[in-house]
Design a protein around this ligand. Sequence first.
Ligand code: ATP
Ligand code: MG
Length: 602
Amino acid sequence: MLLRMSTLFLRTLREDPVDAELPSHKLLVRAGYVRRVGPGLYSWLPLGMLAVRNVERVVREEMLAIGAQEVQFPALVPREVFERSRRWQDYGDALFRLRDRRDADYLLAPTHEELFTLLVKGEYTSYRDLPVSLFQIQTKYRDEARPRAGVLRGREFVMKDSYSFDVDDAGLERSYRAHRDAYERIFRRLGFDYRIVSAVSGAMGGSASEELIAPTPSGEDTFVQCENCDYAANAEAVVIAPPQARGGVVDGGGMGGGTGGAGSGGLPGPQQVLDTPDTPTIATLVERLNTMDLGRSFAAADTLKNLVVKTRAPGAGEWELLVIGVPGDRDVDMKRVAGQLEPTEVAPAGPEDLASQPGLVKGYIGPQRLAELGIRFVVDPLVTEGSAWVTGANEPDRHALDVVRGRDFVPDGELGAVEVRDGDRCARCGGMLQISRGIELGHVFQLGRKYAEVFDLRVTGPDGRPVTVTMGSYGVGITRAVAALAEQTHDELGLRWPREISPADVHLVATGKGEEPYTAGEQLAGELLGAGLRVLYDDRRGTSPGVKFGDSELLGVPLIVTVGRGLAKGVVEVRDRWSDERVEVPLAGAAGEIARLSAAQR
Ligand code: ATP
Ligand code: MG
């Protein structure tokens, strides 16, 4: 492949696009890889297409290598298909819905579980037909709420999605492993720094659902790693070890866990109700408590904060109130809560929801009377059995002291609800958890029999009886991978690609007066092609060397070869875009040497 800059459909930009916040977004636009069409909608230009095709190639090769077979579904899907899985109703605002000329409803598919399941159901009937894995590389549509990150979160984007079909759990486990291993090969080949994190709650992590994440400071996903063991989970699925029961009653601050309690030399005295006027927030409450001469000091971690939310089970019409108790120094992570309550929906309770419950006094809610009011109450596991708290007294301007879990209130259950933070303890080994940010590249997931049941996907088993098929679901964001890699690998000069994804292996720049550099450049380009390299050749006449070098840095091809001043000495300059090392190579035999340097690159 030889691309000539003189004819390449490319205009690089000096200025960052005004709507872009992330480096990958700015650079992909400035380097002429993509152009914006509308919110979350981008066109891919020739260099961008080459990068996308390279990701596709690597993904396709690795999918074929594990025996998965390629198919292609339409993006436009009749409503009935999604009605059977209830996703027409349940998917919400992210689903693009449209109507044809006969007034029939359609949607633009956000994923294709339904069609994969129906396809296999239509063709296969016996356990002997299985296992099978099918994949497609196809355009998906999601009306994302905040498509602000460029192609990282498009409303139209390319995904590789695959599904495995097995007769039993052991088969699913094997298919899952094969995909997980393939994903590791894909992201390694593409040059990613990636982590595999658990996406299911449970200290042991399990492997039923895992995400592959590219750590980047600007990533939208939060994940947690243990500094001590190999536990890693996304922020929604993380399990935090509850604190040890602590001794001493005068022990404000610390890791939360109330002001004392069982296991610390007996329970505190009976709860006391205190007048605490004008203390509707944790901060005002703590300040007041510390001026009240109660013989101890208080911190936010000694208070119990009770957040009112509402939940609605699938198919239920009514929302029901739910109160969640967490230590007062912690925030509730609504995504974590939602992840655990799924498929039940959860939303913050508004004033109109609270109005129906005069027993709930805003700013002064405590768990003591919730059972009596018929309101469900759960606590984060950090609110341990026997721990004592300062909390609302369910009366305006009053709080209660020494309110003990198990004595003064009994929650209906526990729910990991707090926002995880650095220094929280690993539930597996007790080590420190560390929070990082990243971009989700892919997801491997044991879907099980959910869709097979909905669509009645059964095959005849060895004993002649029907068996419901079990499925795995595996996705990779193709277009997202291009931007995620840009996010991870760029530097202050521009894009900087690993070889597999780069639009070319070598960016050959001819500079200088007269014909000589161009004649030599032309010849070297031919030799590089002969050596099996993909060449982007800057053969532009009348473009200044400064502009050419600037472009070569911006476009991100990992090896930059300059044919110019060195010609007098019979050499060309080879610059490694990764290490910025520059070496002079004799023009005679340069192609072989350049091919060797290229092969050694990331
Ligand atoms: P996210 O949490 O980032 O929205 P998701 O959990 O919705 O991702 P999946 O439904 O598992 O994603 O889709 C599989 C893969 O498709 C993701 O791992 C990601 O790489 C990619 N992807 C998802 N949404 C988008 C999008 N809006 N734009 C580009 N790629 C996307
Ligand atoms: Mg999503």
